[in-house]
Design a protein around this ligand. Sequence first.
Ligand code: GLN
Length: 501
Amino acid sequence: MTLPASSTACAGNNGLDHWSIRELGQQLAKRELTSREIIESSLTAISSRDSRIGAFLHVDGDRALAAAQASDERRAAGQALGPLDGITISIKDAICEVGQPATCGSRMLKGYISPYSATAIERLLAAGAIPLGRANLDEFAMGSSSENSAYQLTHNPWDLDRTPGGSSSGSAASVAARMVPGSLGSDTGGSIRQPASLCGVVGLKPTYGRVSRYGLVAFASSLEQIGPFSLDVYGAAALLQAMAGHDPHDATSVNEPVDDYLSKLDEPLKDLRIGLPQEYFGEGLDSEVRRIVEQAIEVYRSQGATLVPIELPHSKYSVATYYIVAPSEASSNLARFDGIHYGYRSPEFTDLESLYANSRGEAFGPEVKRRIMLGTYALSAGYADKYYVKALQIRRLIRQDFDDAFQKCDLIAGPVTPTPAFKLGELVDDPLAMYLSDIYTIAANLAGIPAISVPAGWTASGLPVGLQLQSPVFTEAKLLRAARMLEITSPWIGRLPPTLS
Ligand code: GLN
């Protein structure tokens, strides 16, 4: 087995865990590495690091080793399934996998075992990928820091005192800490892109309808998508390739042909017009984040892209709009967790109503309760027109802003988050400040367009910062190629979090 030079610094793990999905795939294809070695390497990394990181809620090593053996046998027989065959990933604990827990980071689903698998997982298994464990998240994917998980905090591998972001906290941290080379998360308002940015990995939210939501425990059904995390753009492209496409089990999945995301990935895009929304570079943007994002944009300019000033005039309403639409949908989606249909049942009850009230009161955390109350209020008779219907009208205008902007540019570039990773504990008592950290990410969910966070640089104190690229619906192939253009010029894959040893 040969190891790339960049991978030799890792203690006790042969450096395997620094490899991206692309590098692992190449080594597997050359038969210089086995899937079993990948799984063993991941398990070693988890046992030496995860007590400090807190990315995993559950690890199923035996099942993964059995899958690795099957993968190695396929490969030996000349029947390897493609670029993901034998490669391990973590799964956000809100995406169902048969026989595995799916706590959604909530006491409500403690002990729940999924009776079926999400379509996204079925497709990854069919491509030979190997789920290794369940990744921590903010309860029911509501949050931006991991602090809303009922089980544990997840720490940012670049600075253990800081948040990895959320709600797909464990997914991002498990990749950044080189415990797995890829992961699945979900993004309702930024929950893939924000943790990807804060952890220095790639994270992609696909177009609404591109990846089936069947088997993703619903928070806000009209906003969310399952999407990939990985160390490299290639990994995100390969994971999306395996998952994308129509699914009869999800009426909102779209029957559009799936592009080939991999074959032209390394070819730079020509005549690229990059839109720069003035609203994304105004007040509230940290100066180091601004500098790093501007440097990344300069990379595109130096490769021949034209920079086009654009306006997204309704983006200032996106936080308010999202925090009406998402809680409204959540209040409806979470009604099923009542101690009878699903979830924890309180031992204290005298009648049906007290069973419902006590079960929900004891098992939901404060942020989930806050969202249910906000959403119930926004949908209630007499208020729905003023709040929910109004929010839907503004949502349409936000989409219109993007449609207008994409007349003038191919992609929109900007920051993912206003600041680098904040300290755990810093925002947790101030929900509004926490909501404001979603300011650049939630418009893509309201509009349904795809968006990616790709590492763009590091602050002086060593915290990663991502660049966000957004593009028209179903143009993930272009988005990934654009992200790859930045990746090629900035070889950040070799940069390791200081906490890994
Ligand atoms: N931070 C946002 C929220 O709390 C986004 C969550 C998500 O994308 N799941 O709702």
